[in-house]
Ligand binder design. Structure first.
Ligand code: S3P
Length: 427
């Protein structure tokens, strides 16, 4: 795909539903009693993988676009799947389902694509094994495929070495199957959608700082959930409107839960012009509308407890940094090494291809911005967030940019390029 620089951006963007919340809605709906109805569901490849895994376990799930109805089977109602559960590219599906399967008295096998087979699963194997599940990495390398034999679990207090919502959620979901209270303490607080949604379904969840606890064996009841727009998808348009001259975009219905909205704090630090409108609560999540305008950006430092709240947005933040005056330093983000691609390498090497002074460090990157960015061939490595971040980088480059595998945006944002096209001003 060839992308050309543009003159401006104008209009209103409505981004697809939040990926994390869409996954969780299907999962909790499947193990609740009664009917769960999701609206605003993200109809992307990752969330479809979650639906298909639960269908394989006997759950009746109907999907029409962004509307999904799930007939829950109760905590102990899932059936042993007759085939391998294929999570595709979705780490969230694999890690969260492992928590649920740990409580189910059958053996199942989880597998996915080449990227998922390289991502670390020891981080969930360890706590779920401590709780009593039998989980094996079938190739003995700590990665998928995994076999999970669940059964009688006991509660633990897990002190996680990583701030990861997927690890925390796997343990809390397994905790639903334990008699007693299961807790997870993280080095710093990661996204808390599982905790919020579990409460909405009727579980007792207590959160204190970076510790979350759930009381096991609850009765979960089907819910009507409105999934808000995904801030991780909005991030591309927030960045685009800030760095393109002659730009003003309204981005409606964005989930601005503070455990997810780190990019908004970084935008403020970098000088982006963002107005927040209509703050409200939707299905237990904070939501607002944003108006973002062309801005003079400057470099900043991003590290510490801010990192988990913007981990998926770092590729596009790095692109903003390339267009910002001064130096941007990103630290404490070693988790980027184990995402859909090694995002420290894939971001830095693509920025360098565009002529940006960018340097990889072990746990982040240093970007010296403010010089002309050149159009260049970009290698997405099949990573949706790399494709979208560098599509944004192309908008103010000095020539055409090519993306080698743009189709990967279907993982989280199938209509991304159509939307970008509609709001772009070319003359
Ligand atoms: C997610 C958690 C994050 C994030 C991923 C979605 C979730 O992963 O990067 O895209 O829905 O729980 P980690 O838990 O590995 O940080």
């Amino acid at each position: 795909m060839e992308l050309h620089p543009i003159k401006g951006l104008a209009g209103t963007v409505t981004v697809p539903g939040d990926k994390s919340i869409s996954h969780r809605g299907v999962m909790l709906g499947a193990i609740a009693e009664g009917k769960t109805e999701l609206s605003g569901f993200l109809d992307g490849a990752d969330c479809r993988s979650t639906i298909s895994c639960f269908r394989s376990m006997g759950v009746d799930i109907r999907q029409e676009g962004d509307r999904v109805t799930i007939l829950g089977r109760g905590l102990h109602g899932l059936q042993k799947p007759s085939e391998v559960l294929d999570v595709g590219n979705s780490g969230t599906t694999m890690r969260l389902i492992s928590g649920i399967l740990s409580g189910c008295a059958f053996t199942s096998v989880l597998d996915g694509d080449d990227s998922i087979r390289q991502r670390p699963m020891k981080r969930i194997i360890e706590p779920l094994s401590q709780m009593g599940a039998d989980i094996r990495s079938l190739h003995g390398n700590g990665c998928a495929p995994l076999s999970v034999t669940g059964g009688s679990l006991h509660p633990i207090h897990y002190v996680s070495p990583v701030a990861s919502a997927q690890v925390k959620s796997a343990v809390l979901l397994a905790g639903l199957y334990c008699d007693g209270v299961t807790s997870v303490t993280e080095p710093s607080l990661s996204r808390n959608h599982t905790e919020l949604m579990l409460r909405g379904f009727g579980a007792e969840v207590v959160c204190e700082g970076a510790t979350a606890s759930v009381t096991g064996l609850p009765r979960l009841y089907g819910q009507k959930i409105t999934v808000p727009g995904d801030i991780s998808s909005a991030a591309y348009f927030i960045a685009a409107a800030a760095l393109v001259p002659h730009a003003q975009l309204r981005i409606n219905n964005i989930n601005c839960n503070p455990t997810r909205a780190g990019i908004l704090r970084v935008c403020r630090l970098m000088g982006a012009d963002i107005a927040y409108e209509n703050p409200r609560s939707v299905s237990g999540e904070d939501v607002c509308d944003l108006v973002v305008s062309s801005s003079v950006l400057h470099g900043t430092t991003i590290d510490g407890s801010l990192i988990p709240s913007l981990i998926d947005e770092i590729p596009v933040i790095a692109v903003m940094a390339a267009y910002a005056d001064g130096v941007t330093t990103i630290r404490d983000a070693q988790e980027l090494r184990v995402k859909e691609s090694d995002r420290i390498f894939t971001v830095v090497s693509n920025l360098q291809a565009m002529g940006v002074q960018a340097e990889a460090t072990e746990d982040g990157m240093i970007i010296r911005g403010g010089r002309q960015v050149h159009g260049a061939p970009i290698c997405t490595y099949g990573d949706h967030r790399i494709a979208m971040a560098f599509a944004v980088a192309s908008l103010c480059a000095d020539g055409p940019t090519t993306l080698d595998a743009p189709g990967c945006v279907a993982i989280s944002y199938p209509s991304f390029f159509d939307t970008l096209q509609k709001i772009s001003l070319r003359s």
